[in-house]
Design a binder for this molecule. Structure first.
Ligand SMILES: Cc1c2[nH]c(c1CCC(=O)O)Cc1[nH]c(c(CCC(=O)O)c1C)Cc1[nH]c(c(CCC(=O)O)c1C)Cc1[nH]c(c(C)c1CCC(=O)O)C2
Length: 366
């Protein structure tokens, strides 16, 4: 079934720094955004959440749009990211997930053995089940009025599989990793099922109005090089290739794609050749090391989120150092992971303003 949104007109884009940096084109200023920029560190987010359940917000386009716009109103960000969660895909295949206060995402009935896979919906119609995300994207594109580009996203297959087996967060991911050693065939089947859905989901997001996509492989690091190459990377590559092909077939111009494989420092070379225009880095990677290993892509990252606890003056110094190490071109400034609930919004503002000020000065040779 074709997406109903193709070809609609949106307000013209006024700030295309992010899209130019992703395409490797020259920028006069380094674009900056922050993972989890829409969220619990903002009082206006709590205001909405005090009246609505987390997934109710995700499923209500007007509320998801409102929360997406909150950081854009307050801060000089160069991108918006649609408010949603990676766990909407496990929900779409029929699993029950709730956001339990103080605990995080919790699955009712996680996958225990490969036999449980028979309970998953195999032929999910993404355009029906996840239509609420597409509607939120379309509405947000209009409400942004072209101020900044809108980022769409999905969890990557391994990270989603890990949640579906663990039933929530974990320190070791040993239940999910056990599948890779004991049930490798069935693991591949589950990963392929997720890959097929993610491809449709990302294509649908672009048709709905997303201007760039990020794939979150948040639990890459617990795999190590061997299992990452065997189980995670092939799906990551399949996704970039198929999303671009499917968009072309539908007559929609492919958009740039960002891969964020957290803690996968061992795979930087492969990630740089995996079909994504941008490789996002966590804070444990040295910028120059990443430039050497992935010379053909734009890099994104990678200030330690905890650096935002420092004084505004310190944040400015650390940001300048980061910019010096990455250089100002083929670069998107961001944190190395998401915002924390106890971050001070003014300190995020200090980070954003430092990126802008220092990178403009560097580009003018000052
Ligand atoms: C692993 C993961 C999840 N969700 C996501 C990831 C990948 C990124 C990462 O590695 O952090 C992705 C995500 N989740 C959320 C966004 C929104 C867009 C953004 O501002 O970046 C995005 C891109 C909102 C959210 N997702 C969640 C909240 C807070 C929930 C609340 O309001 O109670 C928000 C704003 C809940 C969530 N959702 C998830 C967890 C582990 C939690 C609870 C713990 C936490 O908040 O860090 C799963």
């Amino acid at each position: 079934m074709a997406a109903p949104y193709t070809g609609q007109a949106f307000p013209p884009l006024k700030n295309d720094l992010l899209l130019r940096a992703a395409a490797g084109e020259k920028t006069e200023r380094v674009p900056v955004w922050a993972m989890r920029q829409a969220g619990r560190y903002l009082p206006e987010f709590h205001e909405v959440r005090s009246k609505h359940d987390f997934f109710e917000v995700c499923q209500t386009p007007e509320l998801a749009c409102e929360i997406t716009l909150q950081p854009i109103r307050r801060l000089d960000l160069d991108a918006a990211i649609i408010f949603s969660d990676i766990l909407v895909i496990p929900q779409a295949v029929g699993m029950k997930v709730e956001m339990v206060p103080g605990k995080g995402p919790t699955f009712d009935d996680p996958l225990k053995t490969p036999d449980d896979m028979k309970n998953l919906k195999k032929d999910v119609n993404v355009y029906e089940t996840l239509n609420y995300v597409f509607e939120a994207i379309t509405l947000t594109r209009h409400k942004l009025e072209g101020k900044v580009p809108l980022i769409g996203f999905s969890g990557a297959p391994w990270t989603l599989m890990a949640y579906m087996i663990e039933g929530g967060g974990s320190n070791t991911f040993s239940k999910a990793k056990k599948w890779l050693y004991v049930h490798p065939e069935e693991s591949h089947q589950l990963l392929q099922l997720l890959t097929d859905i993610i491809v449709q989901y990302l294509v649908g997001q672009v048709q709905a109005g997303a201007q760039i996509l990020q794939l979150f492989e948040s639990h890459a690091g617990c795999l190590g090089p061997g299992n990452f190459s065997k189980f995670a990377l092939p799906c990551i590559k399949q996704i970039s290739k198929r999303v671009k092909e499917e968009l072309s077939v539908r007559g929609t111009k492919p958009v740039p794609m960002i891969i964020f494989a957290k803690d996968a420092h061992f795979a930087l070379e492969e990630l740089g050749e995996s079909g994504y225009e941008v490789v996002a880095l966590d804070w444990t990677v040295k910028p120059k090391h990443a430039r050497r290993l992935a010379p053909n892509v734009t890099l994104q990252g990678n200030l330690d989120p905890c650096a935002l606890y420092a004084s505004e003056e310190e944040i400015s110094k650390m940001t300048k150092e980061m910019l010096k190490n990455f250089g100002t071109q083929k670069y998107i400034a961001n944190l190395g992971h998401g915002m924390y609930p106890d971050h001070n919004p003014d300190h995020l503002a200090a980070f954003i303003n430092s990126v802008h000020r220092h990178s403009e000065q560097m580009n003018q040779g000052l």
